[in-house]
Design a protein around this ligand. Structure first.
Ligand code: SUG
Length: 425
């Protein structure tokens, strides 16, 4: 049975606030604060558990090996000798934001009838540019069934690709052929640059569409508005989210929204576009609350629900809009609110934490599929091994490096995934 599975990144033991992401306002705002890795991981696990209880299929990916000594070796240094700023890049737990792991095209959209996944190169930000090799290794294990899945290495630089965070899919049902929308900020060539980097390049998205064997008649390339990027929407999924026939977006998300909406209506006449006007929710409120970084999911009843961060409920304009929508006839029928403050403080909401894959869970390596009992075991392990607190200075402490490596090894062992620890890509 093909269904949508949400794979969440388990927050790693080195989660910290080193302010590494230019253009991500939360990351900049919280630079220097002490983080709480254990609480962060438990918040993420609680969301996974709740989604499982809602009847949704849930999987997970493991945190990566941090500090990444192999990456520092490529740069001619070691964990002990690296400059603190470089070391912070090698310590980042940023692979927790699984929406940036890969772009996924379900089997129904692909010429060869397999589900295609292309790992994102994440080349724009140094701390994320070394995630791809371990991500590729995990996806190759999780989706090893070559009759059903094709896992691809990243498109090469200099074409920046940030994965599913800039990709939306609209369809009548998850297992039916869909329309794939690739949202880019960088069109290539000479163009006016805004204050922040546009991480997604159109050329990378076009390459992925070719690699996945998508039907050009059902593939749309849309530009993100420069205004949204300048306001801090470093990924499209900070201002828009789609699920089945519903597109939920801010009025100012796209450079040419009329063009995008017209192409969507052409390709999928039943599409429902729910646009939030700037007069009701400013871009600033949308970005601060992560209204659009909600998970828009289809419950077993067939109704659509939003899985939101607590910040959405605490932002008056946003909560007012949501309550009015649910009270009316809108397609979103339920609101679920989660405390994900540790991830949010680095600019990662509910939707950043997950990668959606349409698949039969029975065809995925079971070591990556969540059950309540397995989540219990992971929680116990996190409570035992994850640091309670990391101040930015602690990133220079050898005891923390050892602790982070040991914690991750313990998790790999618990899940029967020692291979990920042993065979470093
Ligand atoms: O890439 N934050 C991540 C947040 C990613 C959110 N993902 C999606 N929108 N899908 C980023 O900017 C902060 C790291 C730091 O500052 O230490 C960070 O990498």
């Amino acid at each position: 049975m093909l269904t949508e599975i949400n794979f969440d990144g388990i927050v790693g033991p080195s989660h910290n606030y080193a302010g590494l992401s230019l253009g991500n306002l939360a990351s900049a705002r919280n630079f220097g604060r002490a983080s709480a890795p254990r609480a962060a991981a438990l918040q993420g696990l609680a969301k996974m558990r709740a989604n499982l209880e809602r009847g949704l299929a849930q999987g997970f990916f493991l945190p990566q090996h941090r500090p990444n000594a192999d990456w520092l070796a490529q740069l001619g240094t070691t964990v002990a000798q690296a400059a603190p700023s470089l070391r912070a890049n090698a310590m980042s737990a940023s692979s927790m934001w699984a929406a940036n792991a890969a772009t996924v095209s379900p089997a129904a959209d692909c010429e060869d009838g397999r589900c295609h996944l292309t790992v994102a190169n994440l080349m724009t930000m140094p701390h994320r540019s070394h995630e791809w090799a371990e991500t590729l290794a995990q996806l190759q294990l999780a989706f090893a069934d070559a009759a059903r899945f094709a896992v691809h290495a990243p498109v090469p630089p200099p074409f920046g690709d940030e994965g599913a965070a800039n990709h939306m899919r609209l369809c009548a049902r998850h297992d039916a052929p869909g329309v794939e929308v690739f949202v880019y900020g960088n069109a290539g060539g000479a163009e006016a640059l805004g204050p922040f980097p546009a991480r997604q390049h159109r050329a990378a998205s076009e390459a992925i569409a070719r690699i996945h064997g998508l039907d050009p008649a059902r593939t749309i390339f849309a530009r993100q508005s420069a205004e949204a990027i300048a306001a801090g929407a470093f990924h499209n999924d900070v201002v828009a989210v789609a699920n089945e026939r519903v597109l939920f977006a801010h009025e100012l998300a796209f450079a040419d929204k009329q063009g995008l909406y017209a192409s969507l209506r052409d390709a999928l006449p039943e599409v429902e576009i729910v646009e939030v006007p700037a007069s009701a929710v400013s871009l600033e409120d949308a970005i601060r609350s992560y209204l659009f970084n909600a998970q828009l999911v289809t419950l077993p009843s067939g109704e659509a629900a939003l899985v939101l961060p607590a910040e959405a409920r605490e932002t008056p304009s946003v909560w007012r809009w949501l309550e009015a929508h649910v009270a009316g006839n809108g397609p979103i029928r339920h609101l679920f609110v989660h405390d994900l403050r540790e991830s949010m403080a680095n600019g990662g909401g509910p939707a950043c934490l997950r990668l959606r894959v349409v698949a039969d869970p029975a065809t995925v390596d079971p070591r990556f599929i969540a059950t309540p009992a397995l989540l219990d075991r992971i929680e116990t392990l996190v409570a035992q091994w994850w640091p309670e607190r990391i101040a930015v200075e602690d990133l220079n402490n050898p005891a923390l490096w050892e602790r982070c490596l040991a914690a991750r090894s313990a998790l790999c062992g618990e899940l029967g995934l020692e291979k990920l620890d042993r065979d470093r890509p």
